[in-house]
Design a protein around this ligand. Structure first.
Ligand code: TYD
Length: 212
């Protein structure tokens, strides 16, 4: 089974993934957790290029780099893990590309779709959890621990995070559109709820959709 998590930066995906891994592992499920971009030695290098803010990258360059990282991860890790019966939990997958590079950067959605097909070899999540949060709220949370001021241009932000609040609004709208078009695969969860409540909702959705 392939489970993916989506949402804008600061939505709380990592916390929920950790909780899900703990619960599934204690139930005896063999789980592999991966994040995008990254997950293989080559893909981790591509991640550095994408997130470092010492240089600019064009929207198409960005799309191809995210896709190159994904192609590596799918072929080297995801396909073999699924073939050996493991449950794969992905911190972002191709919906991020549609939301960020498509709706956020404005790349043509048909072009994007062809590149996604090439990079994923048609691997699709069985279920995708979308943690829904307003961009302003997500940013506030992200920096609550670090006292970095509430802006998208400061120190401590990676190249993507410097894209500006308007960019994040477009990404959020994009995710909502993707969900509308893939309603059977997506479960949208209000990310402002307490972490325990969100975890409970995730576990309930999984049990309802994939009864043992
Ligand atoms: P990361 O530090 O992993 O952020 P997060 O914890 O929010 O997932 O950085 C990944 C960044 O790359 C994030 O800003 C989302 C962005 N991204 C894209 O723009 N397109 C993609 O296809 C993927 C996978 C990520």
């Amino acid at each position: 089974m392939l489970i993916s998590f989506e949402g804008i930066d600061g939505a709380g995906k990592s916390t929920q993934i950790q909780k899900l891994v703990t619960s599934m592992t204690s139930e005896g499920v063999d789980v592999v957790t991966l994040r995008e971009p990254g997950g293989t030695p080559a893909a981790e290098k591509i991640r550095l290029i994408l997130l470092e803010n010492s240089h600019k990258i064009s929207p198409i360059g960005e799309l191809l780099l995210f896709s190159a990282s994904r192609a590596e991860l799918v072929q080297e890790v995801i396909v073999p893990a699924l073939a050996s019966g493991k449950t794969v939990i992905l911190d972002r997958f191709y919906d991020s590309t549609t939301a960020y590079q498509g709706y956020g950067r404005g790349i043509n959605l048909d072009l994007l779709q062809s590149i996604i097909s090439i990079s994923t070899c048609a691997v699709t999540p069985d279920i995708t959890f979308y943690l829904d949060i307003e961009p302003e709220e997500a940013l506030k949370r992200k920096f609550a621990k670090t006292s970095i001021p509430l802006e998208f241009e400061g120190e401590g932000l990676d190249r993507m995070e410097r894209s500006g609040i308007e960019f994040y609004r477009k990404v959020q709208q994009g995710y909502r559109e993707i969900m509308r078009q893939n309603s059977e695969r997506f479960v949208s969860i209000n990310a402002l709820q307490p972490t325990g409540v969100i975890h409970f909702q995730i576990m309930e959705s999984l049990k309802a959709r994939f009864p043992v």
